[in-house]
Each structure stands twice: as structure tokens, then as C-alpha cells.
Design a binder for this molecule. Structure first.
Ligand SMILES: [Zn+2]
Ligand SMILES: [Zn+2]
Length: 158
């Protein structure tokens, strides 16, 4: 594959970031250097780079695909709230893969692990709103229940 100026630029931009951008996010960045570039061109170049193993394409369900310029062995944590993707470097995964291979008449060539949850940013935002401790929520629920019944009898003494 010939690395055209466009492809070099897209590849360099992708290798510089760890935020796993979508094609359109990447397009916003690359356009600053190459204003004449179209989103379609970025998209096409990404497909070529994926096909030749220069980058990885991350399928993320029904949302837009994200791209990764980091080809080292790592896994991805996906935030179910904001959809961001963080790198996870897990020790022992290759050991696990070879261990699995020894269990049967097959060779494990890859493992697909779906790691998801709530990222640190979303957790921070959540605790600001005061939805942190579940114990408090439980207490609030009980108080509400008491008030609901007392409203009916005592006419809202609160
Ligand atoms: Zn998040
Ligand atoms: Zn990654």
C-alpha cells in the first residue's frame, strides 16, 4: 500500500491520540491540516488503513465505528453513559489464550472481551448530582413512604 500524504496525515493523527475517534471526529482534526479533504475521503482512507493492518476498527454496536492507531495488545473499556473508550492493558490475557488452546483441538487466535461500565468522568458528574450512596437513597425512600401515608391522615404536618 502506498502511503499517500492524506493517509500519512490520518495515520499520524490517529496514532497521536488515545481517544479512539470516529471517522467524523478524525475528519475534524485532519481538516485543520488539509482543508480540502472531505469526510468521504477520510472514511475511504480509514478503510484502506484497516484492511492493511495499520489501524484497528472498533465495532461498537449500533453507534458509529471508532478507530485505534495503537496496534499493541490491549482491550477496551466502553462507558455506557457517554460512549467513550479507554485502553485497558491486561496482563495474562495471552496466557489465558494459550491455556484455552491446550484444552482442545483448536488454536485460539484472538479473544474478544467486552468490558463496559461507567467512566471516571461520568462517575464524577453523577456524584455531583448527589446520587452517590445507595444507603441514602434507601433512607429517602422510607421517609417519602411515611410522609405519603401521614399526608392522608394528618393533612400534611411536614
Ligand atoms: Zn462516560
Ligand atoms: Zn485502544
Amino acid at each position: 500500500m502506498r502511503l499517500t500524504q492524506q493517509r500519512k496525515c490520518i495515520l499520524a493523527e490517529l496514532q497521536r491520540t488515545t481517544c479512539h475517534p470516529t471517522a467524523s471526529e478524525l475528519y475534524q482534526k485532519v481538516r485543520r491540516k488539509m482543508p480540502h479533504l472531505s469526510l468521504g475521503t477520510v472514511y475511504r482512507n480509514l478503510q484502506v488503513l484497516v484492511r492493511h493492518g495499520h489501524i484497528r476498527k472498533l465495532e461498537s454496536g449500533n453507534s458509529e465505528s471508532r478507530y485505534d492507531g495503537d496496534l499493541t495488545d490491549h482491550y477496551h473499556f466502553r462507558c455506557v453513559q457517554c460512549g467513550c473508550i479507554r485502553d485497558i492493558f491486561l496482563e495474562g490475557i495471552s496466557t489465558l489464550a494459550s491455556g484455552l488452546s491446550s484444552q482442545g483441538d483448536f488454536i485460539v487466535e484472538g479473544l474478544n472481551i467486552d468490558i463496559y461500565g461507567i467512566c471516571s468522568d461520568c462517575r464524577k458528574n453523577k456524584s455531583v448530582k448527589g446520587e452517590g450512596a445507595s444507603g441514602n437513597r434507601h433512607k429517602q425512600g422510607m421517609i417519602k413512604d411515611i410522609r405519603d401515608t401521614s399526608d392522608q391522615t394528618a393533612g400534611g404536618g411536614w
